[in-house]
Design a protein around this ligand. Structure first.
Ligand SMILES: [Zn+2]
Ligand SMILES: [Zn+2]
Length: 240
């Protein structure tokens, strides 16, 4: 060690342990232990307070969580970086790997997924074709997507921005306006009335409300395709 410059104090402590690389995680783990024990002693209530301590730290400790491309997540903390698989309930930290505990990292990922800040394991981050906002989409989805605000559900009443006519949505396709072909073998974006809307938007199929009747449901009526942003939900239309 004499040939090396003396490192800053915080590193000198790590250095004293001999091998920073290997012991980094262990040190972090030990401090966790101490904190767990403190929680337990304070409450004198064994396992449940230990559990509470872990839940609390999962919520409040600074951690950066990012989804990986293989449905797992990476969590960066001051003590180390760990990989979490929510499907199998595993984490690469010592708390989980050695003691088999449901660690604070697993808990944190579960919390962020539940609160909608992270995609679930069967989702990935996509971008809304209308507004560009990030949205969670099914993992296997390949076509253009819409966010919650610009998406539609089957049965939604919508206005056509071009004609003001009322329609009912039958489905949101996964095909772009420049891919989707009408009965006339034209792409949706080739129609002059669609010039103002994005060719990259998914096509939404809808039927005219006036074509519906007691014996004529949305599956019997003639369907038309529209670029997504040409249709506006009746409810949103009233707000605007
Ligand atoms: Zn962990
Ligand atoms: Zn959007």
């Amino acid at each position: 060690m004499t040939h090396r410059r003396i490192p800053p104090v915080s590193f000198a402590i790590d250095g004293a342990a001999g091998n920073e690389e290997d012991d980094g995680n262990h040190d972090d783990d030990s401090s966790d232990d101490a904190e767990d024990d403190r929680d337990a002693d304070t409450d004198g209530n064994g396992d449940s307070s230990r559990e509470n301590g872990r839940s609390e730290r999962a919520k409040r400790e600074p951690m950066t969580v990012r989804p990986l491309r293989d449905r797992r997540y990476v969590v960066e903390t001051e003590g180390g970086t760990y990989v979490i698989a929510l499907d199998s309930g595993t984490c690469s930290c010592p708390d989980h790997e050695i003691r088999g505990e449901r660690c604070k990292h697993l808990r944190r990922v579960a919390i962020e997924v539940t609160e909608g800040r992270l995609p679930a394991p069967d989702q990935r981050v996509g971008v809304c074709a209308v507004c560009g906002v990030e949205t969670f989409v099914p993992f296997a989805a390949s076509g253009p997507r819409l966010c919650e605000r610009h998406g539609f559900d089957r049965g939604d009443a919508v206005y056509d921005r071009e004609t003001g006519k009322l329609l009912v949505v039958t489905r949101v396709t996964e095909r772009r306006a420049d891919e989707y072909r009408t009965d006339e073998e034209r792409s949706i974006d080739a129609y002059p009335t669609n010039a103002a809307y994005g060719a990259h938007e998914p096509v939404v199929e809808a039927v005219y409300a006036e074509s519906l009747g007691p014996a004529h449901g949305i599956d019997d009526a003639r369907r038309y395709g529209f670029p997504a942003s040409r249709l506006v939900s009746v409810d949103i239309g009233r707000e605007e």
